[in-house]
Design a protein around this ligand. Sequence first.
Ligand code: CUA
Length: 329
Amino acid sequence: MRRGSILQLIGLGTVAAVITTLVAVLVPWLPEDASRESGRIHFVYWFTTVIAIAVFSVVAAVLAYSVIHFRARPDDESDGPPTHGHTTLEIVWTAIPAILVTAISIVSAVVLAQNSHAGSDPLVVKVKAQQFAWNFTYPNGKSYGFLTLPKDRHVKLDITAVDVIHSFWVPQFSQKQDAVPGQHNTIVVTPTRLGTFPVICTELCGLGHALMRSHVDVVSPAKFAAFMKGGGTAGPPGLAVFQQNGCGSCHTFTPAAASGKIGPDLDNLKSLAAKANRGPLDKFILESIVDPAAYIAPGYQDLMPHIFKTQIPPDQLQQLVQYLSQGAK
Ligand code: CUA
């Protein structure tokens, strides 16, 4: 091969490498990483991307060189020269990809093993998914409709579902895990960045799937200790029941700062009850929770889960009914 040709190939390869590197680096493809696990996962992405850029540059250089130098002239009707295989070339272009793919598998396996390591004293949070809300229960038995995690501590999320398959995803944690009825799937998260990030359901689970969202607050260990003691989250008991059962993901209710749009607007409970004409307000609210199909407001369908009769204990049901009837206009 002439020296000029080699220089030309190197030049073309460099141009391809520079363009693809700029596309990889300048476009924010990945969310900011907010956990130790996601940092490792991002490393695998970059490791793979560097290999992909190198392979692409070589292929693009050879392709561009061939198009420039070996294209047929418009009046050239002759056949190309006959060629036989080139054993050395074939061994090389088989061996190099095999080595690269093996390297990617090893790096991925190491990262997966590291990411499933929860240390000796992880904080275990039970994650429960249901149409269309998230519920997070802490070792002290308290549960919330949003997740609060301490920075720099191993957290083991024990994920399950009560009705259909959902999937837990926080983009900044780079991990997804299916929430499956009857199964307990886990992921380990070690938050490294203070802030609030979205919790998103990524498995089509029904009409409210797109709205099945919550958030995770990553706070300092001191703030987390205060949160665990329950400081600062005072409110009527019915509000806690409302939040724990995810009512706000489907219903609007101003006193609870809920703005769900799937079910009837609970701010209008009084006029809804009057239209339904099914007895006193409290009785109507209770019936609508424990037996949602008994009366369906005009313009809506039988979509509300029929699980609350067994899921919410009677005393909490009473608190919830009272909370809703007092807040209704
Ligand atoms: Cu739950 Cu989609």
